[in-house]
Design a binder for this molecule. Sequence first.
Ligand code: BEZ
Length: 209
Amino acid sequence: MAIRIGDEAPNFTAETTDGTINLHEYLGDGWGILFSHPADYTPVCTTELGAFANRKAEFDQRNTKLIGLSVDSVESHHGWAKDIEETQGSALNYPLIGDEDHTVAELYDMIHPNELATLTVRSVFIIDPDKKVRLTLTYPASVGRNLDEVIRVLDALQLTSKFPVATPVNWTDGSDVIISNAINDDEANEKFPGFETIKPYLRKTKQPS
Ligand code: BEZ
């Protein structure tokens, strides 16, 4: 069964490069990103894992823990990690699940057999502090993910969780936002004085902070 936005993130306990991890305990009361890679010692995955490691401080700033997955063994991951450090300039600094029996991959519907028979596709799940899945992304093996987009959407999710706003097309941190239609003009005036009404259903304001 596919995981949908709003579902509770299924919990699991798995072996990782940082030892045995229970997902919900690992995430604690912060945000989390679970992402899968088709296989160890493959080129696109090597660049992706290195990029997540290089940008880990940006996830830390957002109170967000990373956890990757590949269907090879933890022992294989440790060997591959040396290549990641050598070629991408940063050592693995977050856990990588060894999902040889596909337990987690199946739980999260990460194997799409018409794309790859036994390997995972490139899945991303953003999980909020209530353990709700807030975003899913799925890429094929041949296309590496865009970490600017992962961070952009994480910022948007954290912002829209805190304030009654939504983010417009191509929003980036610091740009104007849309006032939620769940609040009326009186409430909007209190919360966002000076907001702009373009249409009654399209009201814009500076990004709150
Ligand atoms: C890659 O990471 O480059 C890759 C992994 C599995 C299948 C194809 C490509």
